[in-house]
Design a protein around this ligand. Structure first.
Ligand code: CA
Length: 516
């Protein structure tokens, strides 16, 4: 959900601060059957348009699975796909259908089948804080209220009151009743204290799990029941436990857009992942490091602190890192379209412990414009030719935004493009399973621009070395944990190789390498 729209409405609670395609050539990338994945967030209507109507669709995503796999993603998060009157679909009319502009249930089944054939897991957005005001449940509830029948079957699916409770409450026309709709009058809040609603949600979950969905991204979980974190945690836990009975490997990642301490509290739900909002966006530690406002030492200490705080309430947690998402100004804007910084941010993200989420278009340094949501969700730039196959049309309200780094097509040709850097970064993560899954132990004895972190996983120790400075740094590794180790992967801005020579390691400016 869009936090800012909500904040305007409430002005409270802000204190926390395919047609099938051939697979990419086989490489020896280990396939590990867990949820520590490189996820790729797709804003469905803006990605790839398979039928030329200007709107991205499910068949389009299926057509691009080869591209997604080659990029190094092995998980997808699809923004809502269910029928809705809005372009963003975060207000559902029917929880068991596909929005006609995105395709059909058959298209969805095909997408799942083709994704699984490539070892790509699919997470869908599940919006249960509210429905659309044109959802049959709400229409029936409103009819009952208007008829004075407060015992009507669906009335308790929502929050109605005969008192105007202020911001976020709207009058049912022609009655003395009000309903809660904290984000927007057309998004009435579901009553998640009603066991019948919970039971409906479990049925909906079963329906999509039976169709092959691997996980849910839980929208707006902080707001399920306003100011009742215990209840919200209970709702998440109940749903997740239910999903595990259907699929023991099921995944859940939730949006709790709040401070680290609130997110730590939500890990009491023992659901695997919450997006690590405090580490995201322009003031988050990753982008701050990429901008040169924090150094490697500050970065790794911040990461370690998050890991400790979150694991305290759920030792099996999978931290969910991202630079930006569909509700935020894009990272290229935050980094003033400084190509080196944009690359380095992607590289740093790729070394985070847990799961990572790349927002479609980040891999080509796409920009947003201003703070309008529509401009954070612009069509993916497949080609310099806007009339070429697959290109989506921008939605009403979006601006024409000139991109600094060119289309995917042009970046593929340039071995030093942002795209090719991202590919290397995601591959480095896949080739070294300890980066996502290993312990996180900071090694002492290095100067602040340099940080060395030991990542132990299944009795393999690897070391991730960071240089946050723009300058090359020569490190004498004799008498350090790196002595005798060799560089196995590296990420440099211009592709220059990093290798150790004897006891000397030269880390290029804003570079990362793995030694083992
Ligand atoms: Ca289409």
């Amino acid at each position: 959900m869009n936090y800012f729209k909500r904040a305007l409405a409430l002005s409270i609670t802000l204190s926390m601060g395919v047609s099938s395609v051939s697979c990419a050539p086989a490489e020896n990338i280990p396939v590990i059957d867990d949820n520590y994945r490189n996820y790729y967030e797709i804003f469905v209507g803006s990605y790839y348009d398979s039928d030329g109507d200007g709107t991205g669709d499910l068949k389009g995503i299926t057509e691009k699975l080869g591209y997604i796999k080659e990029l190094g993603a092995n998980g997808l998060w699809l923004t809502p796909i269910m029928p809705s009157n809005t372009y963003h679909k975060y207000d559902v009319d029917d929880y068991r259908q596909i929005d006609p502009s995105f395709g059909t249930l058959e298209d969805f089944d095909e997408l799942i089948k083709e994704a699984h054939a490539r070892d790509i897991r699919v997470v869908i957005d599940l919006v249960i804080n509210h429905t659309s005001d044109t959802n049959e449940w709400f229409k029936s509830a409103v009819t009952s209220v208007k008829n004075g029948d407060m015992d009507g079957e669906y009335v308790d699916y929502y929050h109605f009151s005969d008192e105007d409770q202020g911001g976020g409450w709207y009058q049912v026309s022609g009655t003395d009743y009000y309903y809660e709709a904290d984000f927007w009058s057309e998004m009435p809040d579901l009553n998640l204290t009603n066991e019948k609603v919970i039971s409906e949600i479990y049925d909906i979950a079963d329906y999509w799990i039976d169709r092959g969905v691997d996980g849910f991204r839980m929208d707006a979980a902080l707001h399920y029941e306003e100011n009742d974190n215990n209840k919200n945690i209970e709702v998440l836990k109940g749903l997740y436990d239910h999903c595990l009975t259907k699929n023991p490997g099921f995944y859940m990642v939730s949006e709790v857009w709040a401070s680290g301490s609130v997110i730590a509290d939500y890990y009491r739900s023992e659901t695997p992942s919450f997006f690590n909002f405090p580490a995201s966006s322009v003031e988050g530690i990753i982008e701050k490091t990429a901008r040169g406002f924090a150094d490697s030492g500050q970065l790794v200490n911040a990461v370690k602190k998050f890991q400790e705080d979150y694991s305290a309430n759920n030792p099996n947690f999978i931290n969910a890192w991202f630079l930006t998402n569909h509700d935020q100004v894009r990272v290229a804007n935050n980094l003033m379209s400084d190509e080196d910084a944009v690359k380095f941010a992607g590289g740093l993200l790729s070394t985070m412990p847990g799961a990572i989420y790349v927002y479609y278009g980040e891999e080509i340094g796409m920009k947003s414009s201003g703070n309008e949501d529509e401009n954070k969700r612009l069509p993916f730039v497949w080609s310099d030719d806007t009339s070429s196959a697959g290109m989506c049309k921008k939605v009403t309200g979006a601006s024409e935004v000139e991109q600094n780094f060119g289309s995917l097509e042009s970046q593929k040709e340039n071995e030093n493009s942002i795209y090719n850097y991202y590919k290397k970064a995601l591959k480095m993560r896949l080739m070294n399973p300890g980066i996502a899954r290993g312990s996180f132990d900071i090694e002492d004895g290095f100067e602040d621009d340099i940080a060395v972190v030991k990542r132990s996983y299944e009795e393999n120790d690897i070391f991730v070395i960071y240089n946050s400075s723009a300058d090359d740094k020569e490190i004498n590794i004799s008498d350090t944990v790196l002595s005798g180790k060799n560089v196995s992967s590296y990420l440099t801005l211009d592709g220059t190789e990093i290798k150790s020579e004897g006891e000397k390691l030269v880390m290029k400016g804003r570079s990362i390498c793995v030694m083992k």
